[in-house]
Design a protein around this ligand. Structure first.
Ligand code: HEM
Length: 153
């Protein structure tokens, strides 16, 4: 169980740390011209694929492993405690958003991040960027809620 716990904390560090770094870069890129913005979003796809999404996957899988371990040890009643249940629900929803929406959107953004001769990005880039901002904010808020629920409730 110690290894599952270690994986659970490692996953959270990658996921939440990578998410904050990505958000910082995306906000900083707002005031840059199209060429710089395009480069930033191409690199952000790498951060999503190598850091954030694997972090979310490791967190959810190790969380399920910890849950099964508790059930096997007869700690089923503790699984119904509000802090734990909130962490599990918020963590699973956030994980699904990261893996099935934010990751594919980051890859699409990288693909369309090609400025034209005037350095302008296509309207589809702006549409995807807005979608990514909303989805990542919701997933990030749920991940932080899971952390607060696990530690403080
Ligand atoms: C962003 C998502 C999540 C965060 C931030 C989070 C956070 C935490 C933290 C801080 C702990 C305490 C670790 C320790 O003290 O050793 C923990 C334990 C645990 N987590 Fe999560 N978690 C998340 C997602 C999940 C998910 C999706 C599940 C299961 C479906 C889950 C199941 C568990 C279980 C069963 C424990 C062990 C509780 C115990 O031993 O009392 N977690 N989590």
């Amino acid at each position: 169980m110690n290894f599952a716990r270690f994986l659970h904390l490692l996953g959270q560090a990658l996921w939440i740390g990578g998410g904050i770094a990505a958000m910082t870069l995306a906000l900083a890129a707002r005031s840059e011209d199209g060429t710089v913005k395009a480069g930033v979003y191409r690199l952000l796809a790498r951060v999503h694929g190598v850091v954030i999404a694997p972090g979310a996957l490791i967190t959810v899988l190790s969380g399920l492993w910890l849950t099964m371990g508790m059930a096997r040890r007869g700690q089923g009643a503790e699984l119904g405690e509000p802090g734990l249940a909130t962490m599990q629900a918020a963590g699973i929803i956030a994980g699904v958003l990261v893996l099935f929406v934010a990751l594919p959107t980051a890859n699409l953004l990288a693909r369309v991040a090609e400025p034209d001769q005037d350095g302008q990005l296509r309207p589809v880039f702006e549409k995807l960027r807005k979608r990514q901002a909303v989805v990542s904010s919701v997933a990030g808020a749920l991940a932080v809620l899971a952390l607060v629920a696990a530690r403080l409730l």
